[in-house]
Design a protein around this ligand. Structure first.
Ligand SMILES: [Zn+2]
Ligand SMILES: [Zn+2]
Length: 341
């Protein structure tokens, strides 16, 4: 029998614990650094004598548009003073310290992953995947930990639920793509990421989910192949659901791109690790057939001689020429996508 899941050795487990602690610390520091950063600048307040209270001066949005700059936003009297509050210089210092400390963790992570076969054979060749995301992928989403890519998706909370905005009801269909309309009222269902309900234990790992969201963001901004795929998905979703809100459209497209990427990482990663891959992973919600992995920092000539890629394509019955068309496609897309930015 083939082993789909490999046990870790004690050394590997210790190594993994050590490095994940650094990764989590990196994001904890980042969160604090961002909060402090927001307090560094001089803040402006409005003090109203009539109301006897002080509140932040509007900086943007509707409040700023309707404000004449002279009257109180609450009572409308001209009894206001603009008050500037200079932050304590320690905040600026703290911010700089935190940023420096945060950045200092990146080379530590790099030391840990640079000789890892998943890094130098695959992740380092994907546009948008840097040291931090790479560390996450190698530790939390090590392909040997998951029998199937579906189980990896589920661990990351990337599966979907179906919401009827008319009935305000959530459906959990087993097979996405079959149900597009509400069985009760016929309204087009909103496909969305499952929401965390109070008091209920979640099935996924919240940290992994947050990290996948970051991967999606990075691809949408700085990816190559996956950015092209993101735009392609957006177009196709929009064509199918013209009424979709821009936010839903972005989130849906991003989630799909991340799923495809994880499928690639899982499949190619298992090739690297010498682990068996089961049949092709499920087709994603009728949007596409099987998309083979693309190591988009490489060039097509390098890929032609990639033994792992050849083995994968053979498994799926795809010829190298057919595969290279995918490269042509995203390189063309890249040209189209770029000037829009
Ligand atoms: Zn007032
Ligand atoms: Zn309904």
């Amino acid at each position: 029998m083939q082993t789909f899941r490999r046990r870790m050795s004690i050394d590997e487990m210790i190594e993994r614990m050590r490095i994940t602690a650094v990764l989590r610390t990196y994001y904890d520091l980042q969160e604090t650094r961002i909060s402090v950063e927001n307090r560094v600048n001089t803040r402006e307040f409005i003090f109203c004598e009539t109301c006897g209270i002080m509140y932040p001066k509007p900086k943007r949005g509707r409040a700023l548009i309707r404000w004449d700059g002279k009257t109180c936003l609450i009572c409308g009297e001209k009894t206001i003073h603009i008050i500037e509050i200079e932050p304590n210089p320690i905040l600026e210092e703290t911010y700089k310290d935190l940023l420096k400390r945060e950045k200092s963790l990146i080379p530590v992570m790099y030391e840990q992953i640079k000789d890892h076969p998943l890094w130098f054979n695959y992740l380092a060749h994907i546009q948008g995947i840097g040291v931090v995301l790479g560390t996450f992928l190698i530790t939390y989403l090590h392909p040997a930990r998951f029998r199937t890519v579906s189980s990896m998706w589920k661990y990351c909370g990337l599966h979907v639920e179906f919401y009827c905005p008319n009935c305000k009801f959530v459906y959990q269909f087993g097979k996405p793509g079959i149900h597009e309309r509400c069985p009760k009222c016929g309204t087009l269902l909103i496909v969305r990421a499952p929401k965390r309900k109070k008091g209920e234990k979640v099935e996924w790992n919240p940290f992994a989910r947050a990290m996948c969201w970051r991967i999606g963001e990075t691809f949408a901004k700085t990816g190559k192949f996956y950015k092209a795929l993101y735009y392609e998905f957006k177009q196709r979703i929009k064509a199918k659901k013209p009424d979709i809100t821009p936010k839903h459209l972005r989130e849906d497209a991003k989630r799909r791109v991340v799923k495809v990427f994880l499928a690639h990482y899982w499949e190619y990663g298992r090739e690297i690790l010498g682990l068996p891959t089961r049949r092709p992973y499920p087709i994603i919600k009728g949007l596409d057939s099987y998309i083979p992995p693309v190591l988009d920092k490489k060039n097509p000539d390098e890929v032609k001689t990639d033994e792992r890629m050849k083995a994968l394509l053979m498994k799926h019955g795809i010829s190298m020429n057919e595969y290279l068309k995918l490269w042509d496609w995203f390189r063309e897309m890249e040209i189209k996508v770029k000037p829009a930015k």
